[in-house]
Write a protein that binds this ligand. Structure first.
Ligand SMILES: Nc1nc2c(ncn2[C@@H]2O[C@H](COP(=O)(O)OP(=O)(O)O)[C@@H](O)[C@H]2O)c(=O)[nH]1
Ligand SMILES: [Mg+2]
Length: 307
């Protein structure tokens, strides 16, 4: 067994942090780490938190964690920020906000840059979750700093997704309509201590309540603490609901992951073959001279590769 795996299984936080960096950067050692821990995974529950920057995700996580801990969860936090070249300032600030009321030794926090290509985030995240799971963390909270496709990608890797809004992040109703209604299992209006929260809450309730899945809409304020315990209870209840069939869900996730991995291996191989195929540049020459058309060229080249 790799020393780093021995370390993380024994509760060594440095090994844990290092192992997550290794899978995040997709270093060669990733494979062996995952191979060695894979049999110990599948127990942790995961919750994604998404929403506009400044909505209070980090702050809310910070005040949520003690409630989750008192329910018996061993909590870890992963912050996904592919926009940051080196995991820098923003996350450090988050860390301070989150940890202001936390016992550092009981919660593990890590930010991930996920510098990979499309699909890189889900790959890194799946493996980081596995490492934490094997290390004995039973609840993994994932904060994502991003928008659009990234949110969808993260939602496909976690058990439940919580979407945050606040009265002070621009055109909320537009944001609500711009797709985030698809991915949320729960919606939260944070900063309920501010003006406009009640209005936003009712707009959101009307809009979300009208959808088929009818996810819960809650109000929280990190500032006053109102609604935070209720949110922790709602998360716990949703995770424990018999409605979520984790075995089937895990199977579906593994199916997707395997497909992604096979496709990326095949793509790499085929790209290599194409570059070596001298007909490739010959066809490009003919295209330039308009002797053949792109459809013809692509089909002829592709069928040549599979002979
Ligand atoms: N008034 C008020 N401010 C809050 C609340 N929650 C967070 N904030 C503030 O909102 C700002 C952004 O919070 P942060 O957690 O970094 O948001 P994130 O970008 O979504 O992670 C910070 O200045 C927080 O102190 C809240 O419930 N009420
Ligand atoms: Mg944050």
């Amino acid at each position: 067994m790799l020393p780093i795996v021995e370390g993380l299984l024994a509760g060594d936080r440095r090994s844990l942090a290092r192992a997550i960096s290794i899978v995040d950067d997709d270093e060669p050692e990733s494979r062996q780490i995952i191979r060695e821990i894979f049999g110990r995974t599948g127990k942790a529950r995961t919750v994604g938190f998404t929403g506009p920057g400044g909505a209070g995700k980090s702050s809310l996580l910070g005040s949520l964690i003690p409630h989750c801990q008192s329910m018996g969860y061993k909590v870890a936090v992963l912050a996904v920020d592919p926009t940051s070249p080196i995991t820098g300032g923003a996350i450090l600030g988050d860390r301070v906000r989150m940890q202001s009321n936390l016992d550092d030794q009981r919660v593990f926090m890590r930010s991930m840059a996920s510098r990979g290509a499309v699909g890189g985030v889900s790959k890194s995240l799946r493996n980081a979750i596995r490492i934490l799971d094997a290390a004995g963390y039973s609840l993994i909270l994932v904060e994502s700093v991003g928008a659009g496709q990234l949110e969808v990608e993260i939602a496909s890797v976690v058990d439940i997704t919580i979407v945050l809004f606040t009265p002070h992040t621009g055109d909320n109703v537009q944001a609500v309509k711009a797709g985030l209604t698809e991915i949320g299992d729960m919606y939260v209006v944070n900063k309920s201590d501010l003006d406009g929260a009640t209005k936003l809450y009712s707009t959101l309730s009307d809009f979300i309540g009208g959808t088929e899945r009818k996810p819960a809409v809650l109000k929280t304020s990190v500032k006053t603490g109102r609604g935070v315990k209720e949110l922790a209870q709602a998360i716990d209840k949703t995770l424990k609901e018999k409605g979520i069939n984790y075995k089937a869900r895990e199977r579906k996730m593994l199916e997707d992951e395997l497909r992604d991995m096979v496709l990326s291996i095949v793509e790499r191989k085929i790209s290599g073959m194409l570059i070596q195929d001298k007909r490739y540049s010959e066809f490009v020459d003919k295209l330039v001279k308009k002797e053949i058309d792109p459809y013809f060229a692509a089909e002829a080249l592709a069928s040549g590769l599979f002979k």
